[in-house]
Design a protein around this ligand. Structure first.
Ligand code: SIN
Length: 272
């Protein structure tokens, strides 16, 4: 088939796409997939079994690959990052709500995760719609946030215990992004602060920022804004990091899990 069948997963984000092989997709089918990504924030494509070359080609359809400075690369494929959990590890990469690469000046547009080895249970990934959260906010809070920018930093990688490489040369200066962004493709307003990388509001101390940031983190990740992906072997999931945050569930202790991830570079973000 040359067209995808698209089924919504939840009220505010996520869609399953069936009926097309990514490695054989026509340009039209790829365009339909990109439109679905911008509409649903996260798209789930089962039974793809992408080769590393197919994974890279898919990422290049969206833009330039933004190689993660902290993750271990896949052997012989430096553009692809390993998201690996060893059986003896309790913490996992991405095990808290976050937005990939928000510490970059041009933060990640999308991330493409391809399942390689799955635990016998658990290991689901949750997604939360930052557009739905923004929409549900009071006009008063939204007005305050529209006037604020926040600092994002990669410093949380320095004390992570999830088996990332200790690469001292990888750290960069913090960057500022608007707290409410205008999605670069659709213009939709989205909340853009996350618990892993946002440190404080511009002109505010960390102590002053902490209560409002904590409130926002719990507000934007309420179950009503989320969808949950239960992984299958060969499944490919793509999410738009401006539209959703994500959370990897660390509930499969004693078992291994391996995903291949490519992140695609985005553009500098503008406020609404
Ligand atoms: C990530 O944060 O990119 C990891 C997501 C996952 O492993 O499910």
């Amino acid at each position: 088939m040359s067209k995808w069948t698209i089924e919504k997963m939840a009220g505010h984000c996520g869609a399953h796409l069936h009926g097309v092989s990514l490695e054989k997709a026509t340009h039209l089918a790829l365009e339909q997939m990109r439109a679905a990504l911008f509409e649903h924030g996260v798209i789930v494509m089962p039974d793809q079994h992408l080769s590393p070359e197919g994974h890279i080609a898919l990422a290049e359809f969206f833009g330039n690959i933004d190689v993660n400075r902290f993750f271990t690369p896949v052997a012989n494929h430096p553009m692809i990052a390993e998201v690996r959990t060893a059986p003896e590890q309790n913490a996992v990469i991405g095990g808290t709500w976050h937005t990939d690469h928000s510490y970059n000046k041009s933060p990640a547009m999308c991330s493409i995760l391809s399942a390689q080895q799955l635990p016998p249970f658990g290991g689901d990934t949750h997604f939360a719609s930052m557009a739905a959260a923004c929409d549900a906010m009071s006009a008063g809070l939204r007005k305050v946030l529209q006037g604020l920018r926040a600092w994002h930093s990669d410093s949380s990688f320095s004390d992570s215990n999830v088996g990332l490489e200790k690469r001292l040369d990888a750290f960069r200066d913090p960057v500022l992004h608007p707290t409410i962004i205008k999605h670069p493709e659709t213009g939709v307003a989205c909340v853009y602060v996350n618990g892993d990388f946002t440190t404080q509001f511009e002109g505010w101390s960390r102590e002053e920022s902490e209560p409002l940031l904590s409130y926002l983190y719990s507000f934007v990740t309420q179950p009503i804004f989320t969808a949950r992906v239960a992984w299958e072997q060969g499944m490919v999931v793509i999410w738009d990091n401006r539209l959703v945050q994500h959370y990897a569930t660390a509930d499969y202790s004693g078992h291994a899990r391996l995903m291949h991830r490519i992140t695609v570079e985005g553009v500098p973000l503008k406020g609404v």
